[in-house]
Design a protein around this ligand. Structure first.
Ligand code: FNR
Length: 385
C-alpha cells in the first residue's frame, strides 16, 4: 500500500509508533521535563505563526533547495541528535544516517547514541554531523574529536543546554532507569511489543558505544564511576573557544535561547548557532524556541539552525520565515522509524517535502530565498485588518 495513503502525516506515524514501542521507550522519546509546559508551548507557539496566502501567481514550480554552511541541500532540514536512539528502535542510528545520506541531508550523531562514529562510518554521506556532550578530560575530548573526524563527520555540534541532568518524571514513572535495567515491569511492557522485542534481542541491550573505550580502563576514570561522569561537565566560553581552535570544520553551538548569548558566541568564531530548548526536555520555564527566534535573528548575522516542535512542512516554513537558515527534527524522525522501520525516515522526509511544496504554493513562493519577507508582509497586513 502507498505509504502516503496509510500514513499521510507525521501524526499518523506518531500514533503507530506509540503502539509499537514499549511504554518506557515511548516515554523516553516523548517526555519533556517538569509539567511539560515548555514542550506544549513549542507546539502552540508554532501554531500561532501565521501567513497570508498569496494568489494569482500562475503555475508555481516549488524549489525547496537551500544553501547552508557552504553546502547545497535539496531540502532545508535534517536529523537532530538523539541519545540512545538504539533503545528507541534497533539500529536507529544506521537507519537514520542512511536515509539522510540518500536524501542528501545532514544527520547528527549524538555522543550518547548507541553507535559510535566508527560504527556509522560506512553509512554516512557527505553531511554527517557529530554532536558533543563536553567531556571533562581534555585527552578524551581530543580523542573523540579525532575519532569523529576520521570517521568522516564534517561538522561539530557542541550542546550547551545540559549544564545539569534534567528531571523527567514521566520517564521515571514508566520504570526506565539509567542504564536501562530489565525489571519485571519493563519485561511486561516489552512483551506487548514483539517487533521491537525481536529487533532488540538480535542487537543486544544498547549502550553508549562511543564511550566504551574510555570505561575499559584506558582513561583516568575511577573504576566505580558511571559513564555519565565523563559527560555533563558544564562548558563555559573558554571551552567553546578551545573547541573552535581544535576543530577545523564547521562548528555549531546547540541550545541557544538568548540574544546576548548569541552575541557572545559570535565573538568566539563559531560558524552557526542552533536555537533550541531541547524539545522541552531540559527546562520547563522557558519560552518556546520559535518565540525567541526573531530576537536571535536580530542579534546575530550568523547562520541559525532551529529545532523544537517541528511536525510538518508548514512548521519548517514558519521557522525559516522567522529567520532560521536551517531546521532540525528530533522526535519526528523517530516516529517514522518506530512506525515503519527502515522505510520510515524517508517517508518523513517525503511528507515534509510535499507539505512544504503545498504550502509554498499557497504563499506564491517559487523558492525559499525571500521567505522572511513573507512574514513581514503578514504582520503589516494583519495590522491593517
Ligand atoms: C534529544 N535531544 C538531544 N540533543 C542533543 O544535543 N544530544 C542528545 O543526545 C539528545 N538526545 C535526545 C534524546 C531524545 C529522546 C530526544 C527527544 C531529544 C534533543 C534533540 O536533539 C532536539 O533538540 C529536540 O528533539 C528537538 O525537538 P523535537 O524535534 O523533538 O520536537
Amino acid at each position: 500500500m502507498d505509504l502516503h495513503t496509510a500514513y499521510p502525516g507525521i501524526a499518523d506515524l506518531k500514533l503507530r509508533a506509540r503502539r509499537r514501542l514499549p511504554r518506557f521507550v515511548w516515554e523516553y522519546l516523548e517526555s519533556g521535563t517538569g509539567a511539560e509546559i515548555t514542550l506544549k508551548r513549542n507546539r502552540t507557539a508554532l501554531d500561532e505563526v501565521k501567513f497570508l496566502p498569496s494568489i494569482l501567481h500562475g503555475p508555481i514550480e516549488c524549489d525547496t533547495g537551500i544553501q547552508f554552511l557552504g553546502q547545497d541541500y535539496p531540502l532545508p532540514f535534517g536529523t537532530a541528535p538523539i541519545g540512545m536512539s538504539g533503545l528507541i528502535w534497533p539500529d536507529a542510528e544506521k537507519l537514520l544516517a542512511r536515509a539522510a545520506a540518500e536524501a542528501g541531508l545532514p544527520y547528527t550523531l549524538s555522543t550518547v547514541a548507541s553507535q559510535s562514529p566508527e560504527d556509522l562510518a560506512p553509512h554516512i554521506g557527505q553531511n554527517a554531523w557529530f554532536q558533543l556532550y563536553p567531556p571533562k578530560d581534555p585527552d578524551i575530548r581530543i580523542d573523540i574529536l579525532n575519532r569523529a573526524r576520521s570517521a568522516g563527520f564534517s561538522t561539530l555540534v557542541l550542546t550547551v543546554d545540559v549544564p545539569v541532568a534534567s528531571r523527567r518524571e514521566r520517564q521515571v514513572r514508566s520504570g526506565l532507569t539509567n542504564p536501562p535495567r530489565l525489571t519485571p515491569q519493563l519485561l511486561a511492557q516489552i512483551a506487548l511489543c514483539p517487533t521491537w522485542a525481536i529487533g532488540m534481542a538480535r542487537n543486544g541491550m544498547p549502550r553508549m558505544r562511543t564511550l566504551d573505550k574510555y570505561i575499559d580502563g584506558q582513561s583516568a576514570l575511577p573504576p566505580t564511576a558511571h559513564v555519565g561522569y565523563l559527560l555533563r561537565t558544564s562548558p563555559d566560553m573558554d571551552y567553546v573557544k578551545w573547541l573552535r581552535d581544535a576543530w577545523d570544520g564547521p562548528f555549531v553551538v546547540k541550545g541557544v535561547m538568548r540574544a546576548d548569548d548569541a552575541e557572545r558566541l559570535q565573538q568566539t568564531g563559531v560558524d552557526a548557532i542552533w536555537v533550541s530548548n531541547h524539545g522541552g526536555r531540559q527546562f520547563d520555564g522557558a519560552p518556546a524556541s520559535i518565540e525567541m527566534l526573531p530576537q536571535l535573528r536580530a542579534a546575530t548575522n550568523l547562520p541559525l539552525i532551529f529545532d523544537s516542535g517541528i511536525e510538518g512542512g508548514l512548521d519548517v516554513l514558519r521557522a525559516l520565515a522567522l529567520g532560521a537558515d536551517f531546521v532540525m527534527l528530533g522526535r519526528g524522525f523517530l516516529y517514522g522509524l518506530s512506525a515503519l522501520g527502515a522505510p520510515g525516515p524517508a517517508h518523513v522526509i517525503d511528507i515534509l517535502r510535499q507539505d512544504m511544496a503545498a504550502n509554498m504554493g499557497q504563499l506564491g513562493l517559487p523558492n525559499l530565498q525571500n521567505i522572511t519577507s513573507v512574514i513581514r508582509k503578514v504582520d503589516a497586513a494583519m495590522q491593517r485588518v
